[in-house]
Design a protein around this ligand. Sequence first.
Ligand code: NAD
Ligand code: UDP
Length: 314
Amino acid sequence: MKNRKRILVTGGAGFIGSHLCERLLKEGHDVISLDNFFTGTKENILPFMDNPYFESVRHDITHQYFIEVDWIFNLACPASPIHYQFNPIKTLKTNILGTLNMLGLAKRVKARILHASTSEVYGDPKMHPQKEEYWGNVNPIGLRSCYDEGKRAAETLMMDYKREQNVDSKIVRIFNTYGPKMRFDDGRVVSNFIVQALKGDNITVYGDGSQTRSFCYVDDLVEVMMRMMKKEDFPGPVNTGNPDEFTVMELAQKIIEMTGSKSKIDFKELPADDPVRRKPDISLAKEKLDWEPKVKLEEGLKATINYFDQWLAV
Ligand code: NAD
Ligand code: UDP
């Protein structure tokens, strides 16, 4: 293929990373996944392991890595609270040293680099819905800080490498994303509720379930990441997420209904610093990338329920 690019995906064996690798391979690119398999799995990349244009490299991005590539997608970082809080110092190292290493590589080989940031940079937001110009309300010393502040520092690095070193860097701020290949045990709300409902276990709603989130199906996210990477002269940051907002209780009820489960709700303590409301303002993505999510919650949940149903059957 004439326009085949060599593309490095850090975190390529993770939930979003493996979907992204699949899409890049479908577009005919030469893809290298760099992953230490902390939360990622070989199962996620198994379907394309024998594709000659795919390579899986076991590597930790807190150490340098040298390779000639055209594009870098920097996704490596545990994303679920239980995993990023498992070793908070490591989470900070992945975000800061890892991003520095990838920016150093981008500078050396003149690659374009897109960083997977997060809605967590807004913390427990005082602006609703969240727009890119909002600076956020983040606790710098709490349990979520290793992730939130790590991601904020990574954004700073992305912008400073652009300003000081002319690196072609880009930032997407990803809001809650779900879909097949999420881990059954990563504690995130969609996977937790679906697995609990399918097993007939109690659904663990933290707090009173009135906190809100906006859930984006993974295919929609991969589409906007591709558009962002291809877009000239637009570094972002840009919000990428689905603006349809639901309370956690509404999500629980929807999943119980869709699975036909007999599960009951079990109210548990709300974790510290759990954001009360979250909903992206995606006007910038619409304007610059001509993107908005297409997959409705029911449709995305159906595919995700099917995935976990099959997964539990094995
Ligand atoms: P994930 O945990 O499934 O994937 C992260 C991948 O990074 C895993 O494969 C893991 O093994 C790998 N990894 C972690 N530390 C590493 C290191 N030091 N070196 C090499 N590899 C390492 O999570 P995900 O949901 O796929 O998230 C991917 C990215 O998107 C993350 O950067 C995350 O912060 C961001 N993000 C995700 C969401 C979401 O809702 N899923 C929301 C906001 C931001
Ligand atoms: N949550 C819940 N029960 C669970 C897992 C999560 O009520 O079993 C809540 C959690 O407290 C939060 C929301 O669901 O308010 C989303 O949690 P998740 O960990 O998926 O993502 P994040 O908090 O990072 O948005």
